[in-house]
Design a protein around this ligand. Structure first.
Ligand code: API
Length: 291
């Protein structure tokens, strides 16, 4: 199976062009687990498929490295946009991509080599009601500064969905061992029936935040595009930041705007193609149902 390795600020995935590779009988969660393994496979935070769509120009499916399918992936969307433009699947610099979390609109800025350099994605509207996160409790209620006790420690968090769930926590000072210890405990907290991504934020000023993330289904990653969008929204909701912020992630910076005029969140950042290759491991196929 041919693949391309790409990353968005170090959030790296194995990309498969579903227009060229037959995938419909493949056990995709198992394939993601195998190709994501950094010792026995290709290595990555997960698997992303670029597919035809009946509702948009393209469709993106995202699988975390534990095999769970996600409804959206901001870094993945920038890489998918770069792939389809650089590899000639489209000549348009603005198009649409269908995800399980909704249809989004990338816009490409090319570099001196004529390839996609910076990609801005209109990520659509943030979803704030518990029922959209999803999170237990009153379905239409927003969750801003919600108390959460984990073992001996009291936290507060804000919940934002960008098609996928995010619990945003603000700290005076970020500590990596907080991410590794509390990340999985919050990811799997009973409040979140589909688990959640967990973002740890330090506000530097009204236009800049420091960002760490424990991703649902992948653990610590160097960047999370939907998480950066969710953090920007949470910053505004909690009165800590302006609507335009630079998010400083471990892998680099994203510019996020939660635009007042249309309530859409815009994410701008790079995407990088690292290498292409042929996966020679065994492809796991779905068990044929015996008639
Ligand atoms: N772990 C996420 C999917 C990947 C999102 C992230 N890598 C991004 O760039 O948005 C989830 O289960 O919702």
């Amino acid at each position: 199976m041919k693949f391309t390795k790409m990353h968005g600020l170090g959030n790296d995935y194995v990309y498969v062009n579903g227009f060229a590779e037959p995938l419909d009988q493949v056990d995709l969660p198992e394939l993601s687990r195998r190709v994501s393994d950094r010792h026995f496979g290709i290595g990555g935070d997960g698997l992303i498929l670029i597919l035809p769509s009946e509702k948009a120009d393209f469709r993106m499916r995202v699988f975390n490295n534990d095999g769970s399918e996600a409804k959206n992936c901001g870094n993945g969307l920038r890489c998918v946009s770069k792939y389809v433009y650089d590899h000639g699947l489209t000549a348009k610099t603005s198009f649409t991509v269908e995800t399980l979390g909704g249809i989004v609109q990338p816009r490409i800025q090319t570099g001196p080599d004529g390839k996609a350099a910076l990609i801005t994605i209109d990520m659509g509207e943030p979803r704030l009601a518990r029922k959209f996160i999803p999170m237990l409790g009153q379905p239409d209620e927003q969750v801003i500064g919600h108390p959460l006790k984990i073992e001996d420690r009291e936290f507060t968090f804000t919940a934002v969905s960008m098609g996928n769930p995010h619990a945003i926590l603000f700290f005076d000072e970020l500590r990596d061992d907080d991410v590794v210890y509390y990340g999985p405990l919050i990811e799997n907290n009973e409040l979140f029936p589909e688990r959640t991504n967990v973002e740890f934020i330090q506000v530097q000023n009204r236009k800049e935040i420091l960002f760490r993330v424990w991703e649902r289904g992948s653990g610590v990653t160097l960047a999370c595009g939907t998480g950066a969008c969710a953090a920007a929204v949470a910053g505004v909701l909690s009165g800590k930041t302006d609507r335009n912020v630079t998010v400083h992630l471990l892998g680099g910076d994203l510019e996020i705007e939660w635009r007042e005029s249309d309530n859409h969140v815009y994410m701008t950042g790079p995407a990088t193609e690292v290498f292409s290759g042929e996966y020679l491991g065994t492809i796991p196929y779905l068990q044929q149902k015996t008639p």
